[in-house]
Structures are given as structure tokens and as C-alpha cells.
Design a protein around this ligand. Structure first.
Ligand code: UDP
Length: 215
């Protein structure tokens, strides 16, 4: 039998939420640890915390990692470190998450409990959908996009790399010939109702959502 070590990278809030989902998905035959480069403790919720060097030095037949850190730039940096060390990333889908037909989901995705990706959705690398979020039909999501809890992303929306969508935001649907676009690195504040495209790097908030970056 293969002797497998599974690491949840990030021993903080999101890591503690992701660990039980990973454990349920992978099953009891593997060993589970947190990986954290800044942790003061060496144990959390009954699991060991290793730094990355220690994780690399562990003697197992196979190793896999899920990065459970909300900051998308850190996710991208750590994904590159994993790649350079030939360590694969897991896609973690909670048992009660729902994905329907013809979706493409890149490596390192985390679909938390009660999330849904409906049909014909394309998602890049390192996507995080926190609890109760959904992505509807024909959306195109870039790399390292982050959904806080309860994000409602309706159909035909394009979200570019590193955008962050805050808790409870609602994004209006686009159309096939004119998708609503959330630009690269944009931030949508919690509770915002986004009715129009958002420029790259902008920060929007409110109902309807307006830029708070340009005053
Ligand atoms: N961290 C890490 N390596 C890095 C950057 C961050 O191990 O290169 C860890 C950091 O020590 C912290 C966790 O990632 O424990 C991020 O925790 P935070 O509370 O900021 O994020 P969240 O859990 O809310 O996503």
C-alpha cells in the first residue's frame, strides 16, 4: 500500500476549515499535516505542523498539498515552490459541493461546503470558493481568484486573475456576447451588488457597487 502524506499549506483560519474536508475526501489511509512557515506551535487541532523543509524531508512514497491561504499572491508563490519541488496539488471538493456539466477546473481548487459550480464554467489555477458561494453557467474565472463566503456569481461573468470577491457579494449576469468583467486584481467589497464591469485593480463597494478607489 502506498504510504502517502497530505499537507494543508497554511495553519491558520482557512487551513483549519480545509483540513477536515481534505481528510474526508482522501480517506484514512493517508497521513495529514499542516505546513506553515511561520507557526509558533507544532500541533493544531490534533495535526502536526511542519515547515516546508520538514515536509520535504518526511519519508513517504507520495506527497500532495492543498494551499489553504486566502491571499492569492501567496498562493501563487507557494504553488511555484511546490512545482519546483515536484509536489502535486490536490483539488479539494467538499462532499456536499456540487459541480454540474462540462466544467474545467484548474489545479489547486478548493470548493468548500455548500458551494456550487453549475455548467460550462472554466476556472483557472488555485481557485478558492468559500462556504455557500456559487459560480453559474458560462463563467470564465482566471487564476488565483478568491471567493469569500456566500458569493453569488451569476452566468456569463468573466473574472480575471487574482480578483477577490467579498462575502455576500452579488454579481449580475452578463450575456454570451457581452460578459460582465471583473478585471485583474479587482476587489469587490462584502455585500456589494455588482451591476457593471469592474476595471482591473479597482475596489468597488455598495449597492449598486461603485469604485471607492477613485473617490
Ligand atoms: N504562510 C506560510 N508561508 C508563506 C506565507 C504564509 O506558511 O509563505 C502561513 C502563515 O504563517 C499563516 C497562514 O499562512 O499561518 C496564513 O494565515 P492567514 O490568517 O493570513 O490567512 P487565512 O487562513 O485567513 O487564509
Amino acid at each position: 500500500m502506498i504510504n502517502k502524506l497530505v499537507g494543508v499549506y497554511g495553519a491558520s483560519g482557512f487551513g483549519r476549515e480545509v483540513m477536515p474536508i481534505v481528510k474526508q475526501q482522501v480517506g484514512n489511509q493517508a497521513t495529514f499535516v499542516f505546513i506553515d512557515d511561520g507557526a509558533q506551535d507544532n500541533e493544531l487541532n490534533g495535526f502536526s505542523i511542519l515547515n516546508f523543509e520538514q515536509f520535504l524531508n518526511e519519508n513517504y512514497d507520495a506527497k500532495e498539498v492543498v494551499i489553504a491561504i486566502a491571499d492569492s499572491k501567496i498562493r501563487e508563490k507557494l504553488a511555484e515552490k511546490l512545482r519546483l519541488n515536484d509536489i502535486g496539488q490536490l483539488n479539494v471538493f467538499a462532499a456536499n459541493s456540487v459541480t454540474l456539466d462540462a466544467n474545467e477546473i484548474g489545479d489547486g481548487a478548493v470548493l468548500c461546503p455548500f458551494t456550487m459550480v453549475t455548467s460550462n464554467v472554466k476556472i483557472g489555477k488555485g481557485f478558492h470558493a468559500n462556504i455557500y458561494s456559487y459560480v453559474a453557467h458560462d463563467c470564465v474565472i482566471g487564476d488565483y481568484v478568491t471567493f469569500a463566503p456566500n458569493v453569488m456569481c451569476n452566468g456569463n461573468v468573466n473574472i480575471h486573475d487574482h480578483a477577490y470577491i467579498g462575502t455576500g457579494a452579488i454579481i449580475k449576469q452578463g450575456t454570451p456576447d457581452k460578459p460582465l468583467i471583473i478585471g485583474q486584481g479587482a476587489v469587490v467589497g462584502m455585500g456589494a451588488v455588482v451591476t457593471k464591469s469592474v476595471k482591473a485593480g479597482d475596489v468597488v463597494f455598495g449597492v449598486p457597487a461603485k469604485s471607492i478607489k477613485r473617490g
